[in-house]
Design a protein around this ligand. Sequence first.
Ligand SMILES: C[S@@+](CC[C@H](N)C(=O)[O-])C[C@H]1O[C@@H](n2cnc3c(N)ncnc32)[C@H](O)[C@@H]1O
Length: 475
Amino acid sequence: MPELTGGFRYLELGTGQGFGLCALAAVYPQGEFIGVDFNPEHIAHARGLAEAAGLTNIRFEEADFSVLAEDWPADFGAFDYAVMHGIYSWVPEPIRAALVALLNRALQPGGLVYVSYNTLPGWTSAIPLQHMLRRLQVASSVSGEQIIQQGAALFDNLVQAGAGVAQAMPPLKARLDSLKTQSSAYLVQEYLHENWHPLWFSQVHDELAAAKLSYVGSATLPENYLPGLLAKEQAEVVNGAEGYVMRQELIDLMLNQSFRRDLYCRGPRLQRRSMAQLGAFSVVAGRPLDETEVCRISTSFGHLTIDFTLAQAIYAAVLDQPRTLDHVASLAPMTEKPVHELIQVVTMLLHAGYLALAHSAAARVEALNDVVSQQVIDEFVPYTCLVGAHTPTALGASDTDMAFYRIVRQAPLQNSKQLAAALVDSLRASGRNLVKSGKVLSVPDEAFEHAQTLSEKFLGQTLPLWQRLGVMPPP
Ligand SMILES: C[S@@+](CC[C@H](N)C(=O)[O-])C[C@H]1O[C@@H](n2cnc3c(N)ncnc32)[C@H](O)[C@@H]1O
């Protein structure tokens, strides 16, 4: 993996509105970031955000992948990282070929690629649904949301009429149910995409090989422990197969995998890092550790049970400040555990957000957090994350969190009553009401009471987390 301590160059293909790239640029001032997208509205938005956040190590360029593949601009240079999130299985085959040609030009030897994609076999049961939703859309001029409703009604009728497809594909029923609960924005983006092509692992693997890319592992951390964490008889089937491509596909069949986040490297397959190399990584405590939750960490292959005493000891060791894994491993009771077991527990805690990767670069996140929270509250821009100076992982933040951020930035020392009053005022000023269990709290006393509950939780949990991770300066 290219080292992050010195300078590095990072390319995002299909950067959208640019928040993710701006977050990284703020956290890694030593990196140089370029985001590419062919949608001029996205590029204008992304440039505006970068400028408002005072970021000087980032640029956004409006360009089509197919044009870049033909004519790679000399001033783009070569990259250590290239990222394609939500792109590869949503573009037609010629654009996938263009992306591969482009990566072949863009990536340094040893450079790392991240690619996420809808995966087979997990989407198999959605194919009839997606096909018919698209047919309805092509034949009509109503909104995407209405198409989803029409399609759901059509498939309800099919299922009730005993359609053979529903009998041959029982999970179709669950897909149909999810049409009624998932957000319409997501459903429109997912199902009504004209280039919706779930892919097998081997397809992506073989296509990327043309850019001399070798599979490294999964960015979904627990999946790197497969097949070892599958049931014994499942692991035996996977391990009995020849070659890692076949084994990955058997894992996908075992999990009925529907989404992969894969890492590839330009050059020969990387060896797994040893503790001697991993030991220098620092981690810091993340969200509060809660016994009932931590014992069951949710993964794509079910819930994992973690040794809670060990998890607590690791968490306590990094609660006050980031520590290297070497340091954590040198403390009791971690010294009693084999190193591979310790790394596995740390990995699962990172995955669940109880730990966060830490770093000590001179990040400058205040301006970005200020502009993001201001735009959410005043302009209803739908950002959902804030950025911590001490971790590369953005932190999910609700609209209420954004309001708290602004209040505390303006007046840091607040008790829960003051904070609750400021929250109600701040939301009211932007025409919002607090909502509790779906009920709009328009009566002032009810709103204040709920605001106080939220404030206590914020002061007790969220603010300490933000201070630890550098979203806010420490008190
Ligand atoms: C689903 S969005 C993903 C955005 C972002 N990566 C994210 O995860 O939030 C796909 C993006 O790819 C861009 N895109 C699609 N085809 C493209 C092409 N041929 N050239 C450049 N950008 C393209 C779209 O404009 C869109 O912003």
